[in-house]
Design a protein around this ligand. Structure first.
Ligand SMILES: [Mg+2]
Length: 295
């Protein structure tokens, strides 16, 4: 476990307390803040894995800092451990109500604080692992259907202008499975994925929607460019030769349907549906081709 690489933000208006925390957590990367506004600024700029937050501070109390962090989509998941001299039950209850994950009273018992910090960081690491498993397709390593839709919807919501959707499908995939078996079918899916992943723009969202079906969301200023890029993918896949045990070479092709978002496109689903219609056309008119619907 590489907890030492984690960054902890310690917030306390008493510098002596910060000194104790820094000393106690010397194996970690600790950033210090002496007030709420300063802490919020740091969180906006740095990747913080855990916050130790004093409650009583003159400018902005810890509860308020916590509330602001929880209201922000980008910072709401950072775990917060409140640290305070207050021991009344109401204060503790409020700390949890505001979204704190733990509560430590001053004066610190060093081993206790360290143990609580480690537990939260381990917890955080487990959540990240689960998030990874829930986001990536186990066979190909690209986004799975759930994550693809999550990211694509976000991109569409940010700004649908110049957004393109492509639906891709390996031609006659059933035939590959029937002729060579599923193990070879899997090899083909992996090889096609690799070729596409290596040849798309880094900011594209590329996911496996299921079986031999893939989708790409990308932003471009020029639709000629989009079609060129997709044609390049199609050609690269066409050139692909997968060598089987025994030396036989298996090839495959893909069909692609593309649609562009415009002012009349209300949802991502609508855009993908239009791309899917074009994919259907590509399949119906001979396969191994890209069909683009203008507006
Ligand atoms: Mg204080």
């Amino acid at each position: 476990m590489m907890l030492e690489r984690r960054t902890i933000l310690a917030v306390d208006d008493t510098v002596a307390n910060l000194d104790i925390i820094v000393d106690l957590l010397k194996d970690f990367d600790v950033i210090e803040a002496t007030g709420g506004p300063e802490a919020l600024e740091i969180v906006a700029e740095e990747a913080i894995d855990l916050i130790l937050l004093d409650i009583m501070m003159p400018e902005m109390d810890g509860y308020t800092v916590c509330r602001k962090l929880k209201q922000n989509e980008k910072t709401k998941d950072i775990p917060i451990i409140f640290i305070t001299a207050r021991t009344e039950e109401d204060a503790i209850e409020k700390a949890y109500d505001e979204g704190g994950v733990d509560y430590v009273t001053k004066p610190f018992k060093p081993k206790e604080l360290l143990a609580r910090v480690k537990i939260q960081l381990e917890h955080q690491e487990m959540i990240e692992k689960l998030e990874f498993l829930a986001s990536y397709d186990a066979m190909t390593g690209i986004y799975n259907r759930r994550k693809f839709f999550e990211l694509a919807k976000r991109k569409f919501a940010e700004n649908p202008d110049n957004l393109y959707a492509a639906m891709l499908d390996i031609d006659k995939f059933k035939h590959i499975n029937d002729s060579y078996g599923h193990a070879v079918g899997d090899m083909v899916i992996k090889a096609v994925t690799r070729v596409i992943a290596e040849n798309i723009e880094p900011d594209s969202i590329f996911g496996r929607l299921g079986g031999e079906e893939f989708a790409i969301i990308c932003r471009h200023s020029d639709e000629v460019c989009v079609v060129e890029k997709l044609e390049l993918l199609r050609k690269k896949v066409e050139e692909l030769k997968i060598e089987l045990v025994g030396g036989e070479l298996v090839g495959c092709t893909i069909s692609e349907g593309v649609a562009a978002a415009d002012a009349s496109t209300r949802t991502l689903d609508e855009l993908l549906h239009r791309a899917d219609e074009m994919l259907y056309k590509a399949k119906g008119s001979g396969r191994n081709r890209t069909i683009f619907r203008l507006r």
